[in-house]
Each structure stands twice: as C-alpha cells, then as structure tokens.
Design a protein around this ligand. Structure first.
Ligand SMILES: NC(=O)c1ccc[n+]([C@@H]2O[C@H](COP(=O)([O-])OP(=O)(O)OC[C@H]3O[C@@H](n4cnc5c(N)ncnc54)[C@H](O)[C@@H]3O)[C@@H](O)[C@H]2O)c1
Length: 253
C-alpha cells in the first residue's frame, strides 16, 4: 500500500504520550520521518521506540514550550538539519490542575505560564520554523479544544485564544503558501484526560454525545492525517471540532 507521507518530515510537540504520540505513530505509519518534542524525556524515548519498532524513524528533543529561549534553540537545531518541514503539530498543552478549575485567583505569573505553553509557544515555534515550512508549502495544525467554546476556565481561555491565532496565522502564513488549521477535540479517552474526570462524570459526558461511544486518540490522529494531506489541502484557517456532537448538545464539565 502506498504511504501518503513518505519522504515528508513531521514535527509533533507534546508527543511523549497521549494524542501527541498517536499523531506521531499515525504519521510514521504513513511513511513520514518524525521529530518529537516534549518536556517528558522518558515518554519521548518510549514514543521513539514504538515508532522504530514499527519500522519508522524519529528524532527526540527535550523542549519546554513555555520558554522562548528553548523554542528558539530547538527551531535553530531543526532548521540546521532540515531544509523542509511538511507538518508542524502544535499539540503540547497544559490542561490539568488549576488551569482547568476556573479563572479567578491565579495571579499574573500563572496566567503568563498557561498562555506561554498553550497559546504563545505554538505561535513562536511556527514563526521560527517558517522558512522550512515555506519550502515545503507545509501545514501547521494547532491543538485547540472543545473547552474553548464555553471558556469557563483558564484552560478554555488559552485554547480559545489559540483558535483566534489559528485564524490569524492562516492569513499571515498563507503568504508563503503555508496552511494553518486547528483541531478541537472533545473529551477523548487519553490517560491524561481520564485522570481529570471522575468515572460518574465520564458516563454523564458520554451520554451527552450524539454517537454512543467515547472519542479515541485515533479519531484525532486520523483527522490530522486528512488535514495535512493533499485531500485536505483546501481547508485553511478553520478549527475542526471532533467531539461526537457533544458541544451541539450543550457540553458542560
Ligand atoms: N484528551 C482530550 O480529551 C483533549 C481534549 C481537548 C484538547 N486536548 C489537547 O490535546 C493536547 C494533548 O492532550 P492529551 O490528552 O494527549 O494530554 P497529555 O497530557 O497526555 O499530553 C500533553 C503533552 O504535552 C506535554 N507538555 C506539557 N507541558 C509542556 C511544555 N511546557 N513543553 C513541552 N511539552 C509539554 C506533556 O508532557 C504531554 O506529553 C493538549 O494540548 C490538550 O489540551 C486534549
């Protein structure tokens, strides 16, 4: 079977596990070379081993997406090794703990940290990698969230802002024939997401969906494959909600 991404290079942030690892494995399965970035080095090594066990190739880099100097140094390393970058998936994100509990009483330092990782980091990385993305006529995929449609938490606010960046980035990067799209997952069955919701609440949330199953990492990684592919190449500037119809029925945590 032909591989849709043979000869292409795909960079995924937050790829030490969860949705990021699913993206990495899906693109590797389609023949791409992977660049994996995360703060979790052990998880990165596991992702790399899984890709190599499947016959793929992956390089790993420890990068804190909340630190501008680290983003710039990482981008410089990538640009010196790769002429072209076909796909950038800005997947790394903070989503658990205080960021998901509301938005009062956080103070400036926490707000700055949440926005740095979830909103500004993705923009700065894309900006720094622009020359390689332009040579490939590449695509940027920002990982937004269903939570941005009812942003009653700092998390939702940072992701709603990333949605706005996605619209703006599509216009600005489009000058170089680079597309920018977003994926807003509903509540997907990743380990991290399940830790944040108690079992009774999972059942309530599942019951709110129009389709009677829980979303999986594969639902999101398949959507990313489509958006990055030739078949998806006229989709630009949009954030695609992938939530089984949950939002339509009034999703509330
Ligand atoms: N799973 C869901 O239901 C869901 C729903 C909507 C949106 N999302 C978004 O999808 C993305 C992945 O979610 P997930 O469920 O796989 O969670 P996850 O916690 O498994 O993955 C997030 C990854 O980001 C990494 N990360 C955190 N801070 C970082 C930093 N400063 N620098 C670099 N890496 C950092 C973590 O180490 C982790 O590997 C996140 O942006 C999340 O907000 C997830």
């Amino acid at each position: 079977m032909a591989h849709r991404f043979s000869g292409k290079t795909v960079l995924v942030t937050g790829s030490a596990g969860g949705l990021g690892r699913a993206h990495a494995l899906a693109f590797a399965g389609e023949g791409a070379h992977l660049i994996l970035a995360d703060i979790n080095e052990a998880g990165l090594a596991e992702s790399q081993a899984l890709i190599e066990a499947g016959g793929g190739t992956a390089a790993i880099h420890r990068v804190d997406m909340g630190q501008e100097a680290e983003i710039q140094a990482f981008a410089a390393t990538i640009l010196s090794a790769h002429d072209r970058l076909d796909v950038l998936i800005n997947n790394a994100g903070l989503h658990a703990g205080e960021i998901a509990r509301g938005f009062f009483g956080l103070g400036m330092a926490k707000w700055q940290h949440f926005f740095a990782v979830n909103t500004f980091g993705p923009l700065l990385l894309a900006e720094a990698l622009r020359p390689a993305l332009a040579r490939a006529k590449g695509v940027i995929i920002n990982k937004c969230s269903m939570a941005s449609y009812n942003p009653a938490t700092a998390y939702g606010i940072t992701k709603a802002s990333l949605t706005v960046f996605t619209h703006a980035m599509a216009q600005q990067f489009g000058v170089d024939d680079i597309r920018c799209v977003g994926i807003a997952p509903g509540l997907m069955e990743t380990e991290a997401a399940m830790q944040g919701v108690d079992p009774a609440n999972w059942e309530r949330l599942k019951a709110m969906q129009s389709v009677k199953r829980q979303g999986t990492a594969a639902d999101i990684s398949n959507l990313a494959l489509f958006l990055a592919s030739e078949e998806g190449s006229f989709v630009n500037g949009q954030v695609i909600l992938c939530d089984g119809g949950n939002q339509m029925r009034g999703f509330r945590f």
